[in-house]
Design a protein around this ligand. Structure first.
Ligand code: MEV
Length: 323
């Protein structure tokens, strides 16, 4: 085999963001908007990348130089992923990669993580490396840490395993929850958030008020445990209440914004079980859990608060071979 196409899902954080960076659990679901990578072996010892979604066109570099020098932002994750796989398995062949996405890189659905996972999986197939899910997770997570220095890896786990996961920092625990679906509504705030900036903002607060912030992480941990059980039981009322409490803690951490909060209150005031921001905060998306009969009014209210509804299905399949 010389060419393969692989896809991996985006993700949405349900509960537990920020605390999950510091050895606590979170709940994350894979969404049915996917990233696709077509990877082909070549004979020229060159690394080539086309990633139109992140403005990378005809990017070329000798394989011997990948991972070093100036790497354009849009090429970082794919290039460093290839470098990490090549280094570990002593590979040197040329490779040509094309990525494309069903979703905008602006939503915070984890396009970089999903493309990293696609590339690791594709290389495993092309070079017969026989990597299992945990091997793919470990290589892709190492890539994220090489680039960002920080992050729990929850987005990588969602892209690899799919479904809805109970996840602890660095993949210490990755448990797929036996659920069919979640009555989720997603509102995009129109603003792009930078995860590392927000993690650093929270870290500053933790330096200043260590006990308050540690205690907050522990409270979020408890919420995640309760929400895990409620999710499995399909007790959406209870999950919604826990989501609301989680949002209170995210306000405390200082990562919500006026826009996100307006969208969240709009959802709650129009019949949602609960609503919170999803991900790092500072922009990106909010989520609401709503009964069927209020879905329309909740969606309208989020739009009136300035949000854009993004239609996705949660609980999607993990990384898979397409052709
Ligand atoms: C960002 O989407 C979620 C954070 O918890 C970071 C992470 O877990 O890597 C803030």
């Amino acid at each position: 085999m010389t060419k393969i196409t692989v896809s991996a899902p985006g993700k949405l954080m349900l509960l537990g963001e920020h605390a999950v960076v510091y050895n606590h659990p979170c709940l994350v679901t894979a969404v049915d908007q996917r990233m696709t990578a077509t990877v082909e072996k070549t004979h020229d010892a060159l690394f080539r990348l086309d990633a139109p979604d992140v403005h990378i066109s005809r990017y070329v570099k000798p394989i011997s130089e990948i991972g070093s020098g100036n790497i354009p932002k849009g090429a970082q994750f794919v290039e460093v992923a290839v470098k990490n796989v090549y280094k570990k398995y002593h590979l040197s062949e040329g490779v040509s990669i094309e990525t494309s996405s069903e979703f905008s890189a602006l939503f915070g659905f984890g396009s970089s993580s999903a493309s990293t996972v696609c590339v690791v999986k594709a290389l495993s197939e092309l070079f017969n490396l026989r990597l299992n899910e945990k091997d793919i997770f470990d290589l892709a997570y190492a890539t994220v840490l090489d680039i960002q220095g920080k992050g729990s890896g929850f987005d990588i786990a969602a892209a690899v395993y799919g479904g809805t996961l109970y996840f602890v920092t660095g993949g210490q625990k990755i448990e797929k929850l036996p659920i069919q679906s979640v009555p989720l509504i997603i509102g995009y705030s129109g603003l792009k958030a930078d995860t590392v900036t927000l993690i650093n903002k929270v870290a500053e607060k933790a330096k200043k008020y260590p006990e308050v912030i540690q205690n907050t992480y522990e409270q979020i941990d408890k919420l995640v445990e309760l929400a895990k059980d409620a999710l499995i039981k399909g007790d959406w009322q209870r999950v919604g209440e826990l989501i609301d409490i989680n949002q209170g803690y995210l306000e405390l951490l200082g990562v919500s914004t006026q826009k996100l909060s307006s969208m969240i209150y709009a959802a709650r005031d129009n019949g949602a079980f609960g609503a919170k921001l999803s991900g790092a905060g500072g922009g990106d998306c909010m989520i609401a859990l709503a009964p069927k009969d209020t879905t329309n009014s909740v969606q309208k209210a989020i739009e009136q608060a300035g949000g854009t509804i993004i239609s996705v299905k949660p609980n999607d399949q993990g990384v898979r071979i397409e052709t």
